[in-house]
Design a protein around this ligand. Sequence first.
Ligand SMILES: [Zn+2]
Length: 318
Amino acid sequence: MGRQRKSLLIILILIAVFLLPACAKQVNKGEDDNNSKDKIIVYATIYPMYDFTKNIGQDRIDLRMIIPPGSDPHDWEPTPKLMVDLEKADVLVYNGVGMEPWLEKVVNSLDNKDLILVHASEGIVLNRFDEQEEVHKPHEKHLGEYDPHVWLDPLRAMKQVENIKKGLQQADRANSEFYENNYQEYISKLTDLDREIALETSRFKKRQLVVTHAAFGYFAQRYGLEQIPIKGISSQEEPNAAKLVEIVKLLKEKNLNYIYLEKLADPRLSKVLAQEVKAKTAVLDPIGGVTEAEMKQGKDYLTLMRENLQVLKETIGE
Ligand SMILES: [Zn+2]
């Protein structure tokens, strides 16, 4: 073997040793992430924004949820890692109306000037940071406070879905038609959901809901129901004694048999109250977050809304 051939052979061996595992790794990674390199990177703050975005972007976006499963979205703080992640993101979808009070500070400290900010509730697609006051732009007041729980009214959810679609289209024009078609399909599912809830709730015997925190304002408004919340707009807020006395009185007056608990909020107060007035408890989900188990079971906004409807049917429906 000549000297030249020998060195060529060594080079080939070196290439095989160092490059092949790297290639193999890349292929695996590609499979895991579904060729994430070509896809736009989209972050969604809370679960409903994640689920809506997933329905529009499907497998053509690299979608990540910021607030992890099992967390109460009213009680979450950003991590330093989030800042690093968002520097590489193309789109950030958020609910707004005070649902993400940490967002403004995070976004304003980013160097990522191309990040498209989708404020799902307000119909604005932002891509400039100086418009960040929109994060807290007043939406609608319930019980004297701005209410962020927009997604619980399917009609308002449709507006959010439309804004998310526009955001994805702006970030990724090549897939514009794909997003449009998915949007149309998802809107028809939301329309069915709304009709179903409207029909069922129109037959309910009782119209008051005693809920753990004031998440059901838009939902109640849409279907002619009334929420009586033990806590305020945020699940972290503590009720005062006068309010509890008032709720006990209402429960008795209106002959309400149920107090609704939440899966992600502390149930103790609601349970004590239920014992006090001899009311039963059931779980009504604000769907601001999901549990790990629900995600694994493939539950989503549509199934969770129908589960809520079923709970309502069984508790105030007949
Ligand atoms: Zn809430």
